[in-house]
Design a protein around this ligand. Structure first.
Ligand code: QUE
Length: 339
């Protein structure tokens, strides 16, 4: 099963990985995660493998994230062990990619969210095409920016990472490059030739030859607003700053934030502020603690996955329903291990 869902091969000077669960937009299940770990273990010390090339099958997605439906089912069943195994092993893969010691080339030609970002962001190069669509959409399902992004997002320029994580803003390829999530913009039509050059040469620097200048960032006009408003210390202060700013775009961000899980927004902002000063491993450990608190001990995750993926498009009923009712002590408690 894992062989079908993650196709692992040796080609030329490369190890190649193809995420192959196209009906689920290549969302990661536990067998896929275990196959990633097997590839890391097999290729890390193999001098004949100069780099890894990672792609998604099916033409629509790189990887839509984790198999959050299965996580929800386990949470409803009160089953903590499989959830803990899933996130522990997923985050170990994220750390393994960071410490791989050789280029880990991600070719992102479609949807790349959450867990998909975690497979690409800790190493590089990260190639995006005009079809790439990157997002950290977790606050819509009452999760939080995980897979080590709590280490990465606070370092993006001008509070862009805070904006992305709280609103779930979708970035096209060019935007992802300008935000610092991607490293190269390559036309989709050039990907087969790029892939062949990587496999043949084993040299990640060939990516430069295929890179084209992308269009300007669509968020350029809002950079100053993002930098000022998303630097505020609390989610309510961010909203107040956006409302004070006014104008169509800022008020649209307020409307988006008001639809997200209030608890998740507060957890996510706190995690990113803490993550700014922590190592990747420290961030992954904080994220692991939060998975227990968020998935099992709070109703919003189950409700968020229901509203987004089970009863698609329905309105979630959050607990509490408003940011104004979130208890800061409850948020702090979610970061405490062993509850
Ligand atoms: C937030 C998320 C995810 C999401 C939607 C969100 C996520 C995820 C998926 C997803 C999408 C399509 C599938 C699938 C899963 O959607 O992590 O199996 O077919 O995996 O708003 O975090």
């Amino acid at each position: 099963m894992s062989e079908q869902n993650l196709i692992m091969a040796r080609e030329g000077a490369a190890g190649t990985l193809l995420m192959n669960r196209p009906k689920a937009l290549n969302a990661l299940d536990l067998p896929m995660i275990q196959a990633f770990q097997a590839a890391i273990d097999a290729w890390k010390g193999d001098a004949a493998v100069k780099l890894v090339v990672l792609e998604g099958a099916g033409g629509r997605a790189f990887c839509a994230g984790g198999d959050v439906r299965a996580v929800r089912d386990a949470a409803i069943a009160g089953d903590r062990a499989p959830v803990s195994a899933f996130f522990t092993e997923e985050y170990a893969v994220n750390e393994g990619i960071a410490a791989f010691g050789k280029p880990w080339v991600s070719l992102i030609d479609g949807v790349c969210m959450g867990g998909g970002i975690g497979l690409a962001i800790h190493n590089g190069p990260r190639v995006v095409t005009e079809n790439a669509l990157l997002a950290m959409p977790e606050t819509a399902i009452a999760l939080f920016p995980d897979v080590g992004t709590s280490h990465v997002l606070p370092k993006l320029p001008g509070q862009l990472g805070i904006w992305l994580a709280l609103t779930g803003a979708r970035l096209r390829g060019a935007d992802a490059l300008h935000a610092g999530l991607a490293t190269h913009h390559v036309p989709a039509g050039s990907l087969p030739a790029l892939r062949a050059a990587l496999v043949q040469s084993g040299d990640a620097a060939v990516v430069e030859r295929f890179a084209a200048t992308p269009p300007p960032a669509s968020f350029d006009a809002h950079r100053a607003t993002i930098e000022r408003c998303f630097a505020q210390p609390t989610v309510l202060a961010i909203i107040a700053a956006l409302e004070e700013e006014g104008g169509e775009w800022a008020l649209q961000q307020v409307a988006i934030l008001r639809r997200m899980s209030p608890t998740s927004l507060c957890v996510s902002l706190e995690l990113l502020r803490r993550g700014a000063g922590m190592t990747l491993r420290e961030c992954l450990d904080a994220e692991l603690v939060l998975t227990g608190s968020v998935v099992h001990d709070h109703p919003d995750f189950r409700e968020g996955v229901r509203s987004v993926l089970v009863d698609k498009g329905s309105t979630p009923a959050w607990t509490p329903s408003a940011l104004e009712a979130v208890d800061p002590a409850a948020i702090a408690g979610m970061f405490t291990p062993g509850r």
